[in-house]
Ligand binder design. Structure first.
Ligand SMILES: [Mn+2]
Length: 403
């Protein structure tokens, strides 16, 4: 018998308080943000941006990588440890710049004008099929303990891929910061891992990678305590360049990853709605603050599937309890899949105590990848999927990984 999950109700994450904190933080950081944008634009015009691996700055990535490789889940960094070291803020600023350049120079040009990453594994008559192994990780929320175990595991998987000649892609589906005390470390380690293995790793934006949420739920306070408002501005300026969606084309169909859910465009006067076709949609997603993002971007980061769905209900979507976005039913999901050629969708954003949940005829999946979340013990999971057999993926327990 299918039991309806009732272990967690979405809290009102985007409250009036969040909105006020967000607006105040945004206004306070605005002058710094425009300074950053001005300098960056000038550097691009002057041809001063350098590609990863071609600059001396790449030693910074190695420095962070070496620093973080001393830790394990039994030996965690302290909240203060790296931050007290010489030139910590300058080094982090360089890392952020390199990370941003990576997305602007290497990822976005491939997917312009839609912020979608397209990697094709589809075989053609002339081209031999290139097999791939895909890994999907849900919210980590400063759970450095889990992230370090995952990264040790993934480094071995990337090596196996090289040895046996298949591609390895690892997608972290947003929400790297807030909730966990080691979130600055968590984010820096993930960025370093991404730059160290640029062909294997992608980070997608979550709803916590936005100024009003991370100013309210811990990250902002920690960055300002250990560093400065300028560094908090730099992090937020970088968050806007994280992609929203990754798509993988495989022989049996296409897989999509995004943080929250299916966006809809409601017609408020008629009650009708439209499900967007993403490659024809004009995105305005590169915004620091949520109020300036377009509706579709907001909803990709915030929406959820309906949990306690009544099949007799004629209403396909409702306003979300989170205070922003919508919850949607299987009809909306099906329409989205047809319009956007999606067969399977993996996302994070919702907490399930067993770290994983199947929705909508097993084509829509929630993954949660932090073992500790808001004082709850979670059986955190991640996904391993073979591009040749997409419906037969494995759900791994993070607890069972060696540290
Ligand atoms: Mn989320």
């Amino acid at each position: 018998m299918n039991t309806i999950p009732n272990e967690f109700e979405e809290e009102n994450e985007y409250s009036e308080k969040t909105r006020i904190i967000g607006e105040q933080s945004y206004q306070a950081l605005k002058p710094t943000l425009s300074k950053i944008i001005e300098t960056q634009t000038q550097m691009i015009f002057d041809g001063k941006t350098q590609r990863i691996g071609e600059s001396k700055e790449s030693t910074i990535v190695d420095e962070f990588w070496t620093y973080y490789s001393q830790f394990s889940s039994e030996n965690l960094p302290s909240e203060e440890r790296y931050y007290g070291e010489d030139f910590a803020e300058l080094k982090i600023t360089i890392l952020i710049r390199m990370f941003q350049d990576f997305y602007l120079e290497r990822i976005y040009p491939l997917s312009f004008p839609v912020p979608i990453i397209q990697k094709s594994y589809r075989s053609t008559k002339t081209k031999k099929k290139n097999p791939a192994k895909l890994f999907f990780v849900g919210d980590t929320h400063g759970s450095f303990f889990d992230t370090i175990k995952l990264i040790h595991y993934f480094v071995r998987e990337i090596q196996k891929g090289k040895d046996y000649d298949y591609e390895v892609k690892i997608i972290f589906i947003g929400d790297f910061v807030d909730r966990g005390k080691l979130d600055i470390h968590n984010l820096l380690l993930l960025m370093t891992f991404n730059l160290k293995y640029p062909n294997n790793v992608l980070l997608l934006r979550g709803n916590h990678e936005e100024i009003s949420i991370c100013a309210h739920y811990g990250f902002g306070t920690r960055v300002m305590k250990h560093f400065s408002q300028i560094l908090f501005a730099s992090f937020n300026h970088m968050f806007k360049d994280l992609p929203l969606i990754a798509i993988f084309h495989c022989n049996e169909g296409s897989i999509m990853c995004l943080h929250g859910g299916i966006p809809i465009i409601p017609n408020k006067s008629t009650g009708e709605y439209e499900v967007p076709q993403l490659n024809t949609y004009q995105f305005n997603n590169r915004q620091v603050w949520i109020d300036e993002m377009d509706d579709v971007t907001q909803q990709i980061l915030w929406n959820d599937p309906i949990r306690n769905y009544d099949p007799n209900s004629k209403q396909n979507y409702f306003k979300s309890r989170r205070g922003i976005g919508y919850v949607f039913n299987h009809e909306i999901f099906n329409e989205f899949c047809i319009k956007n050629h999606v067969n399977l969708l993996f996302r994070g954003h919702q907490v399930f105590l067993n770290g994983f949940h199947q929705h909508f005829d097993n084509r829509f999946f929630t993954i949660f990848s932090a073992t500790n979340y808001a004082k709850k013990k979670i059986e955190a999971k991640f996904i391993e999927l073979d591009s040749g057999e997409i419906y037969n993926f494995k759900v791994h327990k993070i607890q069972e990984l060696n540290s």
